[in-house]
Every structure is written in C-alpha cells, then in structure tokens.
Design a protein around this ligand. Structure first.
Ligand code: A2H
Length: 258
C-alpha cells in the first residue's frame, strides 16, 4: 500500500432480483424497501475492465448495510465505506450515514442478481469470495476473471464446487471469462493463461497467485489494448480514464477515495 489516499471508481450495480435469503432477512426485520432503487457498489482500480464482468463478489461472513444515498436510492456496502462515502457526496446528509433496515451478511446476498454496466452479460450473480477484505473499498468486488487472477481462481473454484459453496451451477458456469484486453505476451485471456502457467489450482495457492497477479496487472495495464466497446483498439492506459469518465457521466459510477 502506498502513501496518501487511493482513488477508486465505484460501480453502481442495480439490484435486479434479490436472493431469497436477503428478502427473508428484510421481512424478518419488518423492513420494506418500497419503491427505492438499490445498488450494490463495488470499488475498482480498473473501470475499463467492466466489459468483462462475469459476477460480483462479497465476503460471505462480512456485514453489509443498506445505506440511504438519496430519497430514492440505497447502497449496499460495508459500514466503513458508507461512513467514508457520506463525506464524498454519497449520502442524503453530508457527514451522516443512515442505515435502513437490517444488516445483511454476504452469505444472505449471494444469489442476488445485479445489473452489470457495460458487461457482455446484462445481469450477473453475487457470489462468495473468502478473500474480500472488510478494510478495503466497499466490501463488494467486481469479478473480471479474464484479467484478474484472484477473480479467475475464485470463479474456477466456484464452477468446480458449487454445492460446497452453497451456490447454483447456473449462477457461475455459464458466465465464462470474456476476452476484453489483448496482451502481447499472454493473449486475450491474460488471467486464465497466467494462472495455468503458474499452476494456480485454487484461490488457496497464495504464493503462485501473487506471482500471477504481478504479471497480469503489469501486462494488462501497461501493454494491454482494449478489444471491445467504444475504445476498442486503444491502449488500456489511455482508455481507462475515458471509460471511467463515461461511466460517471452516465450515472453508472462515482469517484471514491479512502
Ligand atoms: B480490481 P488495492 Cl481486472 N477486498 O478491480 C479484496 N479485493 C478488493 C476489495 C476488497 N474489499 N475491493 C476491491 N478489491 C480489488 C478489477 C481488477 C482489479 C482487475 C485487475 C486488477 C485489479 C476486477 N476485480 O486490482 O489494494 C479490486 O479489483 C489490482 C490491484 O486498493 C480493485 O481493483 O490496490 C483492487 O482490488 C484494489 O486493490
């Protein structure tokens, strides 16, 4: 971690269909969302990779709140990030974060279907990832298995053992990695290629994963070219800010620092 604040882009993923466990928890708390729009919000350093989002991750044992952003909109994220966001224009009252209804565990959110801005897949499922940190970002992570070894290792493990993770195969297997960035050395699916070369067999292979991440992040960011979208053919390095600005202008994302 460097010094000074980290600047993220937070992606607003509208809830399309709630997981039954989340509906149950809200009912038990006698809480009704009414006509409010709810978004899972995910902090990313790579907004230009949203074209390849296949799902989003939450920590199964982390706590998530429903925070009021405006009269009509609610964000699902950790309390820590809601507190930070309320000083950055993302709350109904500056400096105050207001939770509505019950706290939900990540496990209760798993299976929720959310809209995926820019993605090849119109909506994607919320899935569990053990390594999501409560101390970073919003506690919600966009999953881009084509370009992130962490995301690929977890996605591949979920495909292998859906029952063990308490998920349905249909939430994960059909959502295959999408080629979105061309790299000179590792082709169009950098993370799967490098994970195979480094023999990453599961998310528990921490040592190999660190190496795979180091390779993919450098290769994708400094040598990658976008394959899809409005900036197809452009270097990732220059396209990143353009995709970010477009997402923000369209109301699909906002800047966030911590
Ligand atoms: B990035 P840094 Cl394709 N716990 O987004 C664990 N990881 C988290 C997190 C949390 N609470 N919040 C965000 N992240 C991930 C895309 C991506 C990312 C790609 C390639 C590299 C990459 C798709 N996942 O990050 O410690 C998010 O994954 C390279 C580091 O603040 C976020 O960006 O540097 C990144 O970690 C932020 O990590």
């Amino acid at each position: 971690e460097g010094i000074g604040p980290q600047e993220y882009t937070v992606i607003r993923m509208a809830v399309d269909t709630w997981a039954p466990a989340a509906v149950e928890a809200m009912k038990e708390a006698n809480f009704d969302l009414g006509s409010r729009s709810v978004y899972l919000v995910a902090a990313t350093l790579r907004p230009e990779t949203m074209y390849g989002q296949t799902n989003c991750y939450v920590g199964p044992d982390l706590a998530y709140g429903l925070y009021e952003v405006s009269e009509t909109e609610v964000y699902v994220c950790t309390e820590r990030s809601a507190r930070n966001m309320c000083f950055q224009g993302q709350s109904r009252t500056k400096g105050v974060h207001v939770a509505l209804g019950p706290t939900l565990t990540g496990r209760q959110l798993v299976g929720t279907r959310v809209k995926a801005p820019l993605s090849h897949y119109d909506t994607v499922y919320v899935l569990p990832m053990e390594t999501v940190l409560a101390t970073k970002g919003t506690g919600v992570v966009t999953s881009v298995p084509s370009d992130s070894p962490d995301d690929f290792a977890t996605w591949a493990d979920l495909v292998k053992k859906p029952a063990y993770y308490g998920i349905e195969e249909a939430w994960v297997a059909p959502f295959e990695p999408v080629p979105i960035v061309r790299t000179p050395t590792y082709g169009d699916l950098c993370a799967p290629t490098v994970c195979a070369a480094k023999k990453v067999a599961s998310p528990k292979d921490r040592v190999q994963l660190v190496e795979a991440k180091d390779i993919c992040y450098k290769e994708g960011f400094y040598n990658g070219t976008l394959l899809v979208g409005k900036y197809a053919g452009e270097a990732v390095q220059t396209a990143k800010a353009k995709v970010r600005d477009d997402l923000i202008a369209a109301g699909l994302a906002f800047p966030y620092a911590e």
